[in-house]
Design a protein around this ligand. Sequence first.
Ligand code: NIG
Ligand code: FE
Length: 377
Amino acid sequence: MLMCGGAIVVTGPSNVIERQISGDAEVIDATGRVVLPGFVDAHAHPVFAGNRVDEFEMRARGATYEEIAAGGGGIRSTVRKTRAATEDQLLAHAIKHAEWFIRCGTTTVEAKSGYGLSVEDEIKILRVVRRLNKETPVEFVPTFLGAHAIPEDFQSAPDRYVSLVIDEMLPRIADERLAEFCDVFCEHGYFDVQTSRKILSEAKERGMGIRMHADQLTNGGGAELAAELGAVTADHLEQTEAPGIAAMKRAGVQPVLLPGSVYSLGKTGYPHAREMIEAGLAVVIATDFNPGSSPTPSMQMVLSLAATQMKMALAEGVTAATINAAYSLKRGDKIGSLEAGKFANFALFDCADYRELAYYFGVPQTHSVYVRGERVF
Ligand code: NIG
Ligand code: FE
């Protein structure tokens, strides 16, 4: 692979490449190692304060995610801490997460808001995402998730919160160009299909791409709504059955599967990856990195779960974690594969066969990581 100015010039056999280089070229010797495109993590919530390790222990003792949320924990507990944090504090915390992503071989990460749930706090999170792009080598792709939960202060008037999202948050975020995508947690007890449709239609009007948390805990027709609205992705899909899969195929919606959240919540109902692949869908896998349901930044772990729990072939897993993910972030022409003209974003792993990444799960295998030709790990 010959690189120049942060981009890939040509790929091919060493003897062909060697004929094209000048004497002062720097050589990266990858002998005995695997070289892959930097992972593209197309679903993550990396900006938040605190953690939820206490809830993790409660689940270890038998409580469920839904019970903890009903008791005032869950998303709302992270919202309380995130509101209390300053922009600088959130940035410092998120820089640590960015370092984790890089160490795992991930060079592009989607970043959702959704732990502010007020005009100023949602904007605060998206400003942190903007600063992360300046202060870390990771490329973060901002998504507005104001409709992540009804905040405590609007419990008795959820409709007023929906109006706040539509009439105040969306216009400001669109005007300040703080987000490329808009997402909604379409779920029983959070935002139903009608409300999700209203919010996402408005976001579409304002030129934003649409992603959705769909059919995670219950099947409420989320995949069908994603298809109806022409969403770029429908994510989670643990409860999605054949009609939802067919609707996504008709509309060209990409499924984003998040097995880390099923695993970490101690559940067993993984999404039907095989049916989706057989239907011809360009499946994406992602970490869903967040403090509640999926506290892992590791695409290596996700590859392992894809193989063992969703019966995805290792090559399908890598495809889902790189090029398919890149297209779902509208960056398929720039990242996600090692081809001439693309950014030189890649990682070297200490193994001789890419399948060992998922096989030796939990073993750190990242040797080095490059973003636009510069070594960042
Ligand atoms: O993708 N489902 C909604 N959002 C996150 C969980 C967020 C949280 O628990 O803090 C998810 O699983
Ligand atoms: Fe999520």
